[in-house]
Design a protein around this ligand. Structure first.
Ligand code: ADP
Ligand code: MG
Length: 725
């Protein structure tokens, strides 16, 4: 299909758009009835399980106690009955392999009974453990092929749910995915491990403050998901969007986002219909989506849920992504989750709002009202300061993907330099602590921990620094470097582990002081002062996008790992291996496998894109430009034939650009004819040599797009993709 045809189809799709279904009727069906209706929730379990079984299960869910395997059969039976009553025919263990995607393998409930009929079967064993043929999932050397099986293990803390399809319904059971030797092959297992260790260390600190709670301390996540929606017709004639999820070519449109007329603007009708259906489906699955709005770039939007416990928030974010992808198609659109689908236009991220606490304590990053509560808050905040300063490169590595490389530091997202925004007041408090006397001897104007109350800290969103990678926002931190297509598990595994180390350090110092008879307030003052002296270089309240900050950060010794090949080796660096092995989150082998897998993914992505680029340049762009060149040449000949004397500037211009395009494509092809000694060497090569080669090809193709006759150009333009909706 030519670009022109795609354009006409897209225009007709917009003009003739009619909702495919009867409108969602929230007058007859209350959203409160819809919410969670497809979840095997606490309410359903309470209704359907014997009291003792329910109690035991609830202990595992709420208190993190070990699952009693003897109850599995009863739970499985109740789950099966519930699912079948609601129309399910199959069940699947859902797991989250290291590709960052969601994986599932369906099995029917029905089994033949040997008498020519069939019965529904679902045992405790089938609930607890599955054995998907896992040999095609990346294991980074953790599994040799002769023992290629992995197994999935039921995650009781994330409820089972039903997914509806026009042709049937199936039961989904969230699971962890491991090798037979117990190594994590997924994103969920380490998150569960890191949450456990966080609870342990946080509890030690709380105990010193005499703060009691019956619940574990957990981490919370509220991911703000950005995405693009474009008409599906365009994608069919853009192999780059189809294969790579981003445009490899495309001249800058006459209008981009500079008018700033899109942000929070009126949402187009078809898009709004899409959003409403996405929300309706997510409500059924118990995903508490809350906010929808237009984003900065044309055709860019955001969906944000109410924050939940990390593990659940992570599973739910995966559901948000898969639901948006599938619903968009039904509305004639494609949902692009790529971090940078369009060059020169803002990309998409996923701000990860992060806090720790529990239902009884609230957020431990919330200042509180008494000097005592303030002191406890300052300790948790200081732990975050130490954690980010000590492990900034680790956090950077968790967002290192080929697609996110296009976004970080591009004046729309924070740079690769990690720093913390605390706001002026809180920074001032910590500065005072740094200067203040350890014995609590109060100097004038200097705050004494545990005696004075904090000044009221502003929580006004208008006030916030939008350029910081890691910003304090009143009762939580907002990590802004996460990519839109990424699983949020990785960053949270790192955050929980880093926080564990810092809380462990603080608890140990305070326990030592206590044993020596030092008063808590004095001990806290001493440890906070030490943390500030060692780690305050990480605090920066200014403009993270500025050149001045890059210089200043270098002076402060803050690392700046600009690209994925620079960032990923951090995963196997000594401090990181020590951190994760000490707290039982990853073994060294697991870390090595992850580094290897992520590097491989980087290489595969870049190679695919580069090959696609060569193909598109040769088969789509070059022919279009050459046809135009031919037209110009015949016009020139004709004009000369009737005696016109003129300079053939356009023809010469097109000819020169065509030649440059051809040269740059040949150069890129030569660059691709190459092999490297290791995965890492290959990644570096692709990053340092092939990416610039690709940029060169693109610059000539885009220059041609700006001069070649529009009716000859086969690729839909930025203009039409971004503004026809
Ligand atoms: P903004 O765009 O102004 O940053 P949004 O309302 O779009 O804010 O998103 C804020 C996100 O932070 C929401 O998902 C919200 O539920 C979440 N959030 C609020 N409080 C906490 C908290 N204590 N811990 C983690 N996430 C939180
Ligand atoms: Mg938002």
């Amino acid at each position: 299909m030519s670009g022109i045809k795609a354009r006409l189809n897209a225009i007709s799709a917009v003009i003739n758009y009619k909702p495919a279904h009867a409108p969602l009727n929230f007058h007859e069906t209350k959203p409160t009835d819809v919410f969670g209706s497809n979840v095997f929730s606490e309410i359903v379990m309470k209704e359907r399980l014997p009291k003792e079984v329910f109690k035991s299960l609830k202990k595992t869910i709420d208190q993190g106690q070990k699952l009693d395997p003897t109850i599995a059969d009863v739970v499985a039976n109740a789950m099966k009955d519930w699912a079948i009553e609601k129309g399910a025919t199959h069940f699947t263990h859902v797991f989250y392999p290291l590709t960052g995607q969601t994986a599932e393998k369906h099995d029917a409930f029905l089994v033949p009974d040997g008498k020519g009929s069939a019965v529904a079967e679902f045992s405790g064993k089938m609930l607890i453990q599955g054995e998907p043929d896992a040999s095609s999932f990346p294991s980074g050397g953790l599994r040799s092929t002769f023992e290629a099986r992995g197994y999935t293990a039921w995650d009781v803390t994330s409820p089972a749910f039903l997914l509806e399809n026009p042709n049937g319904t199936f039961l989904c059971i969230p699971t962890a995915f491991l090798s037979w030797t117990g190594e994590a092959l997924d994103k969920k297992t380490p998150l569960l491990r890191a949450s456990q260790t966080l609870n342990k260390q946080a509890k030690r600190v709380l105990k010193l403050f005499g703060t009691k709670t019956t619940l574990p301390v957990v981490s919370y996540a509220g991911p703000e998901q950005e995405y693009f929606l474009i008409d599906r017709n365009f994608v069919f004639s853009r192999p780059d969007l189809l294969i790579a999820g981003r445009t490899l070519f495309g001249a800058k449109p006459a209008k981009g986002q500079e008018f700033e007329d899109q942000y929070f603007g009126v949402i187009p009708r078809r898009v709004l219909s899409f959003m409403m259906e996405v929300e309706n489906q997510l409500f059924k699955l118990g995903v508490p989506v809350k906010t929808r709005h237009n984003e900065v770039a044309p055709s860019q939007f955001e969906i944000a849920p109410i924050y939940e416990q990390s593990n659940l928030a992570t599973d739910h974010n995966q559901l948000v992504m898969t639901t948006m992808r599938s619903v968009a198609k039904r509305y004639g659109m494609i949902c692009l989750l790529h971090e940078k689908p369009f060059a020169g236009i803002n990309g998409s991220g996923k701000h990860l709002n992060y806090s720790i606490g529990n239902a009884e304590l609230g957020s431990l990053f919330d200042p509180g009202e008494t000097p005592h509560k303030n002191a406890q808050f300052l300790v948790f905040c200081a732990a975050a300061i130490r954690a980010l300063h000590k492990y900034s490169t680790l956090l950077r590595a968790t967002v290192a993907t080929p697609s996110n490389d296009h976004r970080l530091g591009a004046n729309e997202a924070p740079p690769a330099i990690m720093s913390m925004y605390l706001g002026e007041q809180l920074t001032d408090v910590f500065e005072q602590i740094k200067k203040g006397g350890a014995k609590g001897s109060k100097q004038k104007g200097v705050m004494t921990v545990g005696v004075d109350t904090l000044p009221p800290l502003p929580m006004d969103p208008g006030d916030r620094n939008r350029t910081s990678p890691f910003a304090f926002t009143g009762n939580r931190f907002e990590f802004r470097a996460v990519g839109s297509s990424q699983s949020i598990a990785g960053p949270q595994v790192a955050l929980n582990s880093m926080m564990s180390e810092a809380l462990d350090y603080i608890a140990t110092e305070l326990e030592k002081a206590k044993a020596k008879g030092v008063k808590l307030n004095d001990a806290v003052q001493t440890v906070l002062q030490k943390i500030m002296k060692d780690h305050d270089a990480i605090i920066f309240n200014g403009d993270n996008y500025s050149e001045a900050w890059h210089k200043e950060a270098a002076k402060r010794g803050l690392p700046n790992l600009k690209t994925t090949p620079e960032a990923l080796p951090v995963l196997t660096s000594k401090p990181v291996v020590d951190l994760f092995t000490k707290y039982g989150v990853f073994s060294e082998a697991e870390l090595k496998s992850r580094e290897e897998i992520y590097l491989e993914q980087y290489n595969k992505t870049l190679l695919t894109e580069a090959n696609l680029m060569v193909r598109m340049a040769r088969t789509i762009i070059f022919p279009a430009a050459m046809r135009y060149q031919g037209e110009l040449a015949s016009t020139c000949t004709a004009l000369k034939g009737i005696g016109h004397d003129f300079k053939m500037t356009t023809l010469e211009d097109v000819t020169a650009k065509l030649r440059s395009l051809q040269e740059s494509v040949s150069k890129l092809e030569k660059l691709l004819d190459h092999s490297s000694a290791s995965t890492h060497a290959e990644a570096k090569y692709l990053c340092d040599k092939v990416l610039p080669g690709m940029a060169d090809v693109r610059s000539w193709a885009d220059a041609l797009e700006a001069v070649v006759a529009d009716d000859l150009w086969a690729l839909p333009s930025y203009q039409e993709m971004l503004f026809i909706r």
